[in-house]
Every structure is written in C-alpha cells, then in structure tokens.
Design a protein around this ligand. Sequence first.
Ligand code: BG6
Length: 485
Amino acid sequence: IVVDPFDYVVFGATGDLARRKLLPALYHRDLDGQIPEEARIIGVSRRPQSDKAYREMVKEALEAYLKPEELDRKVVAKFLARIRYVGADATTDAGWADLATTLEEGKERIRAFYLATSPDLFGPICEQIGKHNLITEKTRVVVEKPLGKNLKSARATNDAVGRIFAEEQIYRIDHYLGKETVQNLMALRFANALFEPLWNSAHIEHVQITVAESLGVEGRGDYYDTSGALRDMVQNHILQLLCLVAMEPPSSMDADAVRDEKLKVLKSLKPIDTREVNNCTVRGQYKSGVDRAGVVPAYLDEVSNKQSRTETFVAIKAEVNNWRWAGVPFYLRTGKRLATRVSEIIVSFKAIPHSIFDGEEGVPANELVIRLQPDEGVKLWLMIKDPGPGGMRLKRVALDMSFAAAFKVRNPDAYERLLLDVIRGNATLFMRRDEVEQAWTWIDPILDAWAASDKPPKPYMAGSWGPDEARDLIRIGNPAREWHE
Ligand code: BG6
C-alpha cells in the first residue's frame, strides 16, 4: 500500500547509518512501489554540497550496500530524483533558512526529521527546528540510539527533544523491533493458543536470549570504547526482546497498549546491585584469537586506550519479579568476536516429572528455539520414539519451521518497516520515553558496580563463546543447564 506523501529530512545524511541502512531501506520501499510520486528525501549535514553531488553519494551507497540484482535502473533514477541536499549546522543558524525554503514546497506533506547524528546534537537540532518554525501539524522526529549513557544523560536527551516535540511526535528507534522475526514473537505468542497456558514459571525452567556477533568493533572502536556491550546491546535490543518474551498479552496492537505491557516487565526486573553483581553478571573482553577468517587482533589492539576495561561480552542472569515469572531465570548474553553470528531466544520447559520408560531416566526437556538471525525460524524440540523394533527408546527431534523455506520471499531489513511506520504514524515498534528510562534504571547499578570494581573484564579468545565464567553462571542452581551453542 502506498503511504501518504512525505518529506524525510535526514540529519547526518553523509554518515554511516544513512548510507548503509536508511537510504537502501527507502530505495527498497520505492522498488516495491510504496513511496508516492511527490515524496522527497532531503539530506542534511554540515558540509555544503550540491544536490547533484549528494545524489552521486547516494548512488554510490546504493551500489555499495545493495546487491546488483536489487538495483533496477529506472527505480534508481526515480529514487535519485527525490533526493535534495541542504548544508546546515546544528549549532549555528547557518543553512537553516535554506532548509526552511526547501521544506516550504512540501508543507502539506508529512514531515519526518530523522536524527542520524551523534546524540549530543539531538538537542541543538531540535532547538533549531523549533526556532525556524519547521514543525507542521504532520511533523514527527525519529531519534537513533544511543539514547544516553546512563539514566541521567538519557533524561537530558529526552528533555531536550521533548522541549520541542510532544511525546506522540517522537519515534525512538530500536531497530531490533523492526526485524521480521522479532515481530513474529508477538504472532507466535498471541496468535496461538498452544503456548500461552505454558508460558509461566509452572512450566518454564529458564529462558536464554543470545545476540552473538562474530565481527569485532569494525572501525567504530572510539564510539564502542565509551559504550561497551551492556550499553550498546543489552540496554536496548536485548531488554526489548526480554520484554516481548515476558510481557502480558496487550489488549491490542495499539502502540500504548504494547508499550504499557513492556514497561511493566522492565519495572519488574530485579535490581542487580553491588552485592549481586558478581553472582549475576560476567563481563569479558576479547583477546587475539583465530576465527574462520584467520588470526584476528585483540580488542585492545583495535582501540586507542590500551588500558581500556570496556566489555565486549556480557552475560547476565536477570529475574522478572512478578506473578508469572517468579523464580525463572532469564539468561542474557551478547558479545563481539564470538564463535558465530546468531541471535536466538530459547524457552526451556521443565522436564517431565517422572519417566515411565525403562532405561530412559533424565528425559531431555522440551525447548522452543526462536531464531532471529540468520536462518530465521522456529524450532520446537520434542521427544519421540526412536523408530524400530528394538523397544521403547526415546529420541529428541525438532519440529522445524524455516522462514526462508516456508515463504520464499525476501526478508526486508528492519529499517524498511520502521521508516514507513513513522510516515504511517504507527509507534507500536518504537520505544516510549518511560521505557528507555526504566531500562536505564536497571542498567545503571550494574555499570556503577563494574566501575567501582577493581577487577578487569575476563579475557576470552576471539572466535570462542566468551569467558568460561559465563558457563559457570548459567549452571548455578542447575548444573545441567547449558548455553545453546
Ligand atoms: C547496533 C550496535 O545497535 O546493533 C552494533 O550498535 C551491533 O554494535 C548492531 O553490531 C547489531 O545489529 P544487527 O541488526 O546486525 O544484529
């Protein structure tokens, strides 16, 4: 379905996110015929350059980040014709009158400002937008992570954006929420009667959420070194996944109905403070190691601070203290330079109370594996009778649903969905202010406890599954519990 006419104003137009994700995503929507004739994309950054020069950069970005077979000459030409460029400085008035003139032509359209810049510019950019009267009735603003480095700075950023825009106009991106398989979590839970009755502490032994990356910090060392895995991945993506697994059924898919339920989960998270931090968290940093591509350098060789204690791996035992989940550990794990790239959620059910099969004690428990990427799919591990006349032997097999095999359609990038949801005015897959701040409320004490500790992160070999201590963490209370690897 074609969306309403819009002007997308992208600040940080020459940056990595715009070139790698935003422009290719908008191109794909154009290719699918979802973008109306008159819609425009207006790139803004500090450096002055002509529309023509910026179009050339956009063309190069499409060529660099899309597959040759995805590039249709006619659609590329049409897409490039939508592109404008304005040079404007976030912290001075330079260029803002030009932006106002460019926008005047589209004043009836939906206007979306996308802030793909460093977060310290969010406040100044919003202020300039306000000062130059660029807000119409149909205006909204999209902000990218990181939203703060802790609760205090997150509040300051939210205040700065909130001084100019109303909460309903603010779209806080967490691109994990735009992933097809993440949205499928809601379908799986709330469009099937099968799981919900079992979805609680009476039947679930534990939950694992892993977002493992095989790449290192990839030239983003300076940003990453001020962030670390807890801020970069857990505060946002992983806690959002936890919310979708743990939340109560919302009354509808309405943005606030869903976000109210997620907020309740975040509020139920048991705080991890200085006393608890060593029992509930493991932080690691990769050393040089060997992965599939050969020898890879240590983290400390990739960043300027050679004494850095920034964690590139974290494992956490989280608990959701509410009626449904009391006593069920949620193990969260993420890291760079791990053995493979995989994001998955494992729901591990309780074992049967008693085996009636001779010689078959310790029957493995059922497991639901929701694979977010790559090889997206859902697997349910069951016990069956091993075929043959040899007696009653049991075997573990999986009911296996692969998205690629079942649907044979291209899996759209998360940004494709999210960028157009902004135009549609659908905020269900975006974070509300209170969610972001509640997530920081839980993260802050962990950061403080780590900062106060004299212990450095545990070393692990690049290409491994992280420090051994992560293995010990999951075994506490049940020595048979293992990470899914
Ligand atoms: C980003 C992080 O938010 O997510 C990156 O800043 C990380 O460090 C990326 O690599 C992972 O996203 P995806 O979609 O590749 O799993």
